[in-house]
Each structure stands twice: as structure tokens, then as C-alpha cells.
Design a protein around this ligand. Structure first.
Ligand SMILES: CC(C)(COP(=O)(O)OP(=O)(O)OC[C@H]1O[C@@H](n2cnc3c(N)ncnc32)[C@H](O)[C@@H]1OP(=O)(O)O)[C@@H](O)C(=O)NCCC(=O)NCCS
Length: 143
């Protein structure tokens, strides 16, 4: 796939395209909002902007060509991530976008780290054939 490729969802309105620098603020804001929602499992604070983008994560924006509505990503270790603007959640877009992401990056296995309270995320991965595998233990201290 080329840098400017558009991969359309079934509704032919929204498509995935590779993210670029202009998308960084949107990505950072959406991630920040998510972390503040207490549904983040291992990332409890947001890294500084420059450090956040200094890695090999592959990100694709979900857009209608004008507005950004979310993004999907795959980390170097094949962990998938997916984040939609609130207004566009629960319309099937997230599930389809992650499915397209997995088509772009075919791997033997994928995984996702999901908070027990994140019902829509658990539903999304189940629809794509993921099974629960592990439990993350946490200890909270005063220090
Ligand atoms: C997680 C997320 C990407 C899912 O994308 P989405 O487009 O909203 O998901 P879909 O509409 O494809 O599917 C969500 C499913 O969860 C269901 N759902 C939503 N809230 C639910 C709840 N509280 N309890 C049970 N099911 C719920 C929806 O009804 C839908 O199921 P259906 O297909 O049977 O109707 C999106 O909600 C989001 O961006 N959330 C905030 C960021 C986030 O949590 N990212 C994941 C981090 S692990």
C-alpha cells in the first residue's frame, strides 16, 4: 500500500489512511482523554508529546477526508489499539476499522490489553475472534 492509499469502510464514507505529523495533536488529545477515563490498563500517565510519537507504532486515521473521527494502531509487538471520538462510538466503525488494520498487517497473532470495565472494547475484540488470555494484577501504593 502506498502512503496516500485510502482503505474504505463498508459505508464508503469513512476510510483509513496512514497517519502523518498533522494528525499528532488529534491522536495525543484522544489518547489523553482515554487515559483520564480510567480505562487505560498500563499507561496511567501520558508521555510527553515528542516521546509519545518516537516509536515504531503504525497508525491509521479514520476519516471522511475532512474530519478525523478516530485512529487505529498496531504496536511493534502486535498489540492493537483503537480510539474513536465519542460521537462516533457504537456504530460499528471501531470493529470494522480494526479488522481492516489486521488485513493491512497480517500477523499470526494479535493481542489487546483491555480494562475489565471497557465493555465496548471487550465486545469489539470478541467480534474479531479474540479470546481472553491473561489477567493483569495491580497493586496501588501510597508512594
Ligand atoms: C472501543 C471503541 C474503539 C469501540 O469502537 P466502536 O465503534 O464504538 O465499537 P463497535 O460499535 O464496533 O462495537 C462496540 C460494541 O460494544 C457494545 N457496547 C457498547 N457499550 C457497551 C456496554 N456498556 N456494555 C455492553 N456492550 C456495550 C455495542 O453495543 C457494540 O456491540 P454490538 O456490535 O453488538 O452492537 C470505542 O468505543 C472507543 O473509542 N472507546 C474509547 C477508547 C477505547 O476504549 N479504546 C480501546 C482501548 S483498549
Amino acid at each position: 500500500m502506498t502512503e496516500n492509499s485510502k482503505i474504505f469502510l463498508k459505508n464508503k464514507i469513512y476510510f483509513l489512511r496512514e497517519s502523518n505529523k498533522d494528525d499528532h495533536q488529534f491522536i495525543y488529545n484522544l489518547t489523553n482523554e482515554f487515559i483520564k477515563s480510567n480505562l487505560s490498563v498500563t499507561y496511567l500517565t501520558l508521555e510527553p508529546f515528542e516521546k509519545f510519537f518516537n516509536n515504531k507504532t503504525k497508525r491509521f486515521m479514520i476519516t471522511d477526508g475532512i474530519n478525523l473521527i478516530g485512529f487505529v494502531q498496531i504496536l511493534e509487538n502486535n498489540e492493537v489499539g483503537y480510539f474513536l471520538d465519542k460521537e462516533f462510538q457504537n456504530k460499528g466503525i471501531g470493529t470494522e476499522a480494526v479488522e481492516l488494520l489486521m488485513n493491512i498487517f497480517p500477523r499470526k497473532r494479535y493481542f489487546a490489553t483491555i480494562h475489565n470495565n471497557n465493555e465496548s472494547s471487550k465486545k469489539l475484540v470478541k467480534k474479531l475472534g479474540f479470546f481472553p488470555k491473561a489477567t493483569i494484577y495491580e497493586k496501588i501504593t501510597d508512594s
